[in-house]
Design a protein around this ligand. Structure first.
Ligand code: IDP
Ligand code: MG
Length: 168
């Protein structure tokens, strides 16, 4: 058994349907621990990087609009990093099959997902599918100081003349 990390996103349809509590309760059965959590405004760039591997699919443009919240009058997702033994499989088992119609009816996607007429699977959550995939995704969504564990090697850089938004 290996200690793994995995990225879990509550997608815009999950937020529109107020499913955050249900989803977290469902996932708490895994006894995994949360080592990072935040609400993220999803830019087109972030959405396209996240789904880069699907860029040749016919549903890609709709999928990007979906993750950006354009189909659900919102512009955010909630992101979590879970950690523990076999975290990737444990989370994916509860999340269910990619296609909500094939997903176990008691899984998150089986219970709450749907297929839109535009053809995208609105399946409520995203979960990493392999260790390589998880590392890539966690680094995309979180900076090292946003996680309470040192998961991957870091380096120190000095950034000068960087503009930042601070409270006025
Ligand atoms: P996953 O989310 O179960 O890992 P991926 O193949 O990585 O599945 O696909 C990413 C997302 O793209 C899915 O969660 C779903 O929203 C959407 N998607 C995947 N395959 C299809 C499809 O055949 N039709 C419509 N949407 C799809
Ligand atoms: Mg995937």
């Amino acid at each position: 058994m290996s200690i793994e990390q995995t990225l879990l996103l509550i997608k815009p349809d999950g937020l529109l349907k107020s499913l955050t509590g249900n989803i977290l309760t469902g996932l708490s059965r895994t006894k995994l621990i949360i080592v990072g959590a935040k609400v993220v405004r999803v830019s087109k760039e972030l959405a396209e990087k996240h789904y880069e591997h699907l860029k040749d699919k016919p549903f890609f443009n709709e999928l990007i609009r979906y993750l950006m919240g354009e189909l659900h009058q919102t512009n955010r997702v909630v992101a979590f990093v879970y950690q523990g033994e076999n975290a990737i499989k444990k989370i994916r088992d509860i999340v269910g099959d990619t296609n909500p119609e094939n997903a176990n009816p008691v899984s998150i996607r089986g219970a709450y997902g749907r297929i839109t007429t535009a053809g995208v699977f609105e399946n409520v959550v995203h979960a990493s599918s392999s260790m390589e995939n998880a590392e890539h995704e966690i680094k995309l969504w979180f900076q090292p100081n946003e996680l309470v564990e040192d998961l991957y090697p870091t380096k120190e850089v000095t950034i000068t003349q960087k503009k930042e938004i601070v409270w006025a």
